[in-house]
Design a protein around this ligand. Sequence first.
Ligand code: SF4
Ligand code: SF4
Length: 444
Amino acid sequence: MHPGLSSQNTALKAPPRFHVLAKPSGSLCNLDCSYCFFLDKEALYPGSRFHMSDEILEKYIVQLIEGHRSNEVTVAWQGGEPTIMGVDFFRRAIALQEKYKKPGMTFENTMQTNGTLLTDEWCEFYKENDFLIGLSIDGPRELHDANRVDKGGKGTFDKVMRGLALLQKHGVEFNILTTVNRINGDRPLEVYRFLRDEVKTTWMQFIPIVERINDDGRTVYQKGDTVSERSVKPEQFGAFLNAIFDEWVHHDVGNIFVQTFEAAARSWLGMPSGMCVFEPTCGAGIAIEHNGDLYSCDHFVEPDYLLGNVQNEQMIDMLASDFQVKFGRDKLDTLPKYCLECDVRFACNGECPKNRFIETPDGEPGLNYLCAGYKAFFHHIDVPMRMIGDLIKRNAPAENVVPMLAKMEAQWASTAGRNDPCPCGSGAKYKKCHGLRAAEAQHG
Ligand code: SF4
Ligand code: SF4
């Protein structure tokens, strides 16, 4: 038991609904993506087969069900690569959900996969059991294959696209997860248009790659204040989001859903963002390893954040433990003054603690490495987000923002000087902000 864990049953301190990322194959994967921090995690369990036993699976499902005070339960499968476990493992997981569920309880099973091992059998299973699949694609072939390679170093684009075609053939619900790294980070529109027009997804997530280099040169733990050369740069990430946002807000609102933009819209409406990284506190999203070990978060699967094991302790007690509650509150309690005074804190909240390893301009530690990017992004979207917020409050369609914005931008074009501050409030000169967009649109 972790020294910070309280021994009494603290179930009522736990949130009514929580999120567990299950890693039945641990960090094992059939690919060798260059930026994958999970691969290094094999070092945590030397000699392990990385295979969740039926006994652990049953304990996990039972405790997940018992711990929920809500009728909706998400069962999230991840890796490594979870399909390595084979379809039958997940058939047993579904049977256990049915066996132990409380009256009225419903499950949503999700799985994050690289898609390379998908078959008709997998997709039939997903469809039958209403799985929501997250498929990892980093963009068109050249950008995807830059990092997402197999054990022989060969690009996996063709295999992923084959997996995608199978999901589509069977009508499986899917969304796309794209990691933003130093290579595709410079080509946002190519990535976005590929996902929208060729992959034909309507749901996208963009996850920044920030790999901290540990003292021994590896990237296993959330330690160290330098990053790998694959990591996206802060300003690059901001520019990436801004470019995609501009394309989206002028063409795709209401048809395409980008997780970060949806979260921002909720923040502008004063609602919880729905993304843990943008919430003031965290701690309700834990991770379970193949052997039943439970960790504070999927991004903190390391010895200092081991809460215990489901074979010896109840998941709900570990979730409600003093240690885990403090882990979640620390996100807020350790915010530097620079964040506390930031005008976009309501939307950013200092983002994820794993990325807080730089100093503020006045030398206080604990600022988020991506701060410059997020500041630029949240300022850039302020005007359209206010418009979208107003529309939603009036029960009008959010897509009405498209003509409203076009009208406003036409006014700016006729009144703002090239070197004036951009009227959108981004802080950049007009010629470098909306003026640049207007010029690009004019020149096709
Ligand atoms: S540590 Fe980061 S990823 Fe984990 S729950 Fe907190 S904000 Fe989310
Ligand atoms: S934008 Fe930067 S200063 Fe503002 S809350 Fe986010 S990390 Fe903190």
